[in-house]
Every structure is written in C-alpha cells, then in structure tokens.
Ligand binder design. Sequence first.
Ligand code: ZN
Length: 259
Amino acid sequence: MVKTEREHREDIVQIGRLVFQKGWVAANDGNITIRLDAEQVLASPTGVCKGMMHPDDLIIVDMQGNKIAGRAERTTEIGMHLKIYELRPDVKSVVHAHPPVATGFATAGRPLNLGLLPEVIIGLGCVPLAGYGLPGTPELTEPMIPLIPKYDALLMANHGAVCYGEDVYKAYFRMETMEHFARITLVAELLGGPKVLPRVEVDKLLDSRTRYGVKAKSAGEPGCPVAAEDLGSGEERYYVTRAELIGLVDEALRARGLA
Ligand SMILES: [Zn+2]
C-alpha cells in the first residue's frame, strides 16, 4: 500500500528516535530523507535533535535542494541525499548518522570489507570507505559517487556513514547491520584477529541471496567482501619478543657492517 505523506513524516520521526536512542548521533547530528515522488524529498531539518522531532518539523525540498515547504532550515548534507537519489532510482530513503564503532573504522581509514558473517555478506556484501570531503560542500559527495551505484551502505572517512534502500526501514536496518558488524569486527580484533571465510564459502552466501529474496547491489565486486585467499601471505602477522626484535635488528646491522 502506498503511504501518505503524513505516514512518511511519522516514519522519519520514528527512525530519528531510534537513531538517537542507539547513540548513532550526538546533539543535532544526522539526517533522514524519504523520496516522496519524482520531484520532492521529505527531510529532517537542520538544528534539531533527531530523537525529538515532530512530524510537522520536517521540510520538503525539490531535487535541486531548494526548500519548497516547512518552517525549519534544510541540512547542509542534503546534497549527498539528492546525489544518491539521482544515481539510484531504486532508492526511496537515505539515513545518515555517525554510529560510533563504524565511524571509528572510517576514522582509522578502514573499510568494513572482510568476509566474516553470513548475514552481513548476504545483506550488505561489504561496506567500502569513501574518502574525506568537507561537509556542507560538493566535496563531501565527490568521493562517494563511484561507490553509490555499487553499494547500499558507505563509510565516510573522518565523518560517519550513510545507508539507503527502498524504504526508510530498510535503510535504517542496513545501518544497524553495519554498526553491529563493526562492533563484532572490533571484538574479534581484540581477541587476536578475525578469521576470514574462504572464497568458496563467501560465494555460496552471495549465491544464496536469491533464495532469501535479498536485492543487494554489492555482490561480487572485487574485494567485496574480502575472502581468506585475498589476504595472501603478506597480511599474516608475526609476533616477536623484545629480545628477538633487538636480535633481528642487530643481525641486520652487522650484516651491513654497521654494528
Ligand atoms: Zn554527518
């Protein structure tokens, strides 16, 4: 059933509350939009906490980002939302937030791209990292442009994350899967490092998408997700004691006649 504009407003308010309660935003961070039709986008306004919005606080912008209805001001990040709608006609909602663990990966310069968990491989494939761009300028969106057609969830370097889908709930749940994945990856790292699945198992999971009725964009891109074989021997870690390390350095210096 097609939803009314009022129902879309209530959905954005509800998702805003969830995003806030999850701790994915601080103060007035983040923004949520729904594409109402070919010409109009319903958007959370700037300068309000996304956990405390009223349906009438929302604004409507056209596809150039001009405000056409609503009292409040539009977010400076609206350009990113509009670019996603332009490049992905299948997308009807975009959720942008700063979930702390995923944003930690984005700030450390690390994509969430390892083939580790069945639900993540089936649902997201992987979450690539878009380079940094100054918020509120076209530079923010520039590094995301090549990634938007191929993925449904992106990390934004030194900033946050953006997820999108056929409706606002799908976009929200993608962000939930992504943040959960980031937390599990972090714990696995603390426990000695995640064990990446082999290619054959990653491929079986990607193939099972049709069985689960999953329409995800990111399937089988090279390195998305990364399988055990992709890591190669160069990624293997070796641990040495302090004495062993000093011994190795001494040996290298002696070999060059420097010690
Ligand atoms: Zn942001």
